[in-house]
Design a protein around this ligand. Structure first.
Ligand SMILES: Cc1cc2nc3c(=O)[nH]c(=O)nc-3n(C[C@H](O)[C@H](O)[C@H](O)COP(=O)(O)O)c2cc1C
Ligand SMILES: [Fe+2]
Ligand SMILES: [Fe+2]
Length: 393
């Protein structure tokens, strides 16, 4: 069991076989469920694990405790992927005190009906002395759920950041520490925007509080432990939570039934590249991972959305994609639209309506309408759209 900082032991688990997180996000390299143990005059367990890896977690705990009886179980986040073993811990150690926010304690009663626990509610600014280690709590409401707390351990400068700074992937596959990870940002970004994207203001607020602490280690509930080059991770989080543009370029997303819309979207992508657009990312919304498309819509400053008309509306993969963006609070972006229809094109109208309900989204150029298949006459309108996109960069 790895000691991540003096007296702080990693006791988390991983599930390399898991293919779907939260019943919707595809996992290429499994998932980790991080948990920590602080051994001092008092012993504190920091979060538990998902039920899927429960047996492994209980065995890690027992091995790390080496016969010591734990005094506290600190719950930063009551979502079941971290809290599934609270009942097992309390059964085994009936004198243990569950330390969490008042809201988390209320949720504990809902998730574990009929059980009673010895609890201690803590709030922003409260501290828990363990000996030489001392934990101070930082409220992080809606950094995924309303009850979330971060904690800061002052001896080692370790920030326990709950789901923030988390990432998909099992640590034995992606790297235990951030600096051992092949590409932390890719899966951390997909995780962030799909899990916390809507709550940028709340993430910004907690980052401001964190900036007042001297942080040496970030210990999240998923993904690698971060201990080197922390500005890199903090800067990315600052950009992401403020809906800033991370990578200059354009994201072209298309949803096509029979290929006509795809052809027009790919033509526009080629035009953008030949006109010197720094980066053009492309996604087929009928096939590619939706969460990845959501991530790219947040990553780049401009989205081109091309879609077929469908039953007097918008082809469902495009509709679902826009709905996901709406749900995740997509904002402060430029958008260009291409529609395709054979008898009464309707995709553009629906796309405009949906985008009109989002914050600070500006349309670039005119809606380009393709009738069934792209023709020579359509090229000037696509060229004009490409020029308008380049100019707006
Ligand atoms: C189930 C279904 C419903 C459609 N509804 C409409 C429609 O309401 N209005 C329209 O103009 N075209 C409609 N279309 C036709 C397509 O939008 C049109 O053929 C378009 O060219 C498809 O582009 P694609 O080649 O990218 O699939 C529909 C097609 C299908 C299969
Ligand atoms: Fe969560
Ligand atoms: Fe989580």
């Amino acid at each position: 069991m790895e000691e991540i900082a003096k007296g702080i032991i990693y006791i988390g688990t991983e599930d390399k076989e898991q293919d779907l997180f939260e019943s919707q996000y595809k996992l290429e390299e499994g998932m980790s469920y991080n948990s920590y143990l602080i051994k001092d005059n008092k012993t504190a367990i920091l979060d538990t694990s998902d039920a899927r890896t429960g047996r492994q977690w209980l065995s890690n705990l027992e091995e790390s405790l080496q016969g010591t009886t734990p005094d506290y179980l600190i719950v930063h986040h009551m979502e079941p992927d971290h809290s599934a073993l609270i009942g097992s811990v309390a059964e085994k150690y009936p004198d243990i005190t569950i330390v969490a926010s008042a809201k988390a304690i209320q949720l504990l009663g809902q998730f574990q009906p009929g059980k009673t626990f010895r609890t201690m509610a803590v709030k922003e600014g409260d501290t828990l002395e363990l000996g030489s280690h001392s934990l101070s709590f930082i409220a992080a409401p809606m950094v995924h759920w309303p009850e979330v707390l971060f904690s800061y351990e002052s001896l080692t400068g370790t920030l326990f950041s709950a789901d923030a700074f988390g990432k998909f992937g099992a640590l034995s596959l992606c790297g235990f520490y951030g600096d051992e990870d092949k590409d932390w940002a890719c899966e951390a970004r997909r995780y962030y925007f799909n899990i916390c994207g809507k709550y940028g203001a709340q993430v910004t607020a907690v980052l401001k509080k964190v900036a007042q602490k001297s942080v040496s280690v970030i210990a999240p509930l998923h993904g690698p432990v971060l201990r080197k080059n922390l500005e890199y991770y903090l800067d990315l989080y600052t950009t992401w939570s403020s809906y800033g543009v991370e990578t200059p370029g354009v994201f072209v997303a298309y949803a096509s039934i029979h290929g006509g819309t795809a052809e027009a979207a790919l033509k526009l992508a080629d035009m953008l590249k030949s006109k010197g657009c720094p980066k053009v990312a492309v996604s087929d919304l009928t096939r590619d991972d939706r969460a990845e498309a959501v991530e790219d819509a947040f990553r780049y400053g401009t989205l081109v959305l091309a879609a077929s008309s469908y039953d007097a509306g918008l082809f469902t993969p495009a509709y679902d994609f826009l709905h996901s963006l709406q749900m995740k609070g997509w904002q402060k972006r430029k958008v260009a639209l291409i529609e395709n229809g054979s008898w009464a094109p309707s995709a553009g109208r629906v796309m405009k309506e949906m985008i009109g309900q989002m914050k600070e989204i500006t349309q670039i150029g005119e809606l380009v309408t393709i009738r069934s298949r792209m023709r020579e006459e359509d090229i000037p309108a696509l060229e004009a759209l490409a020029d308008a996109i380049i100019q707006a960069q």
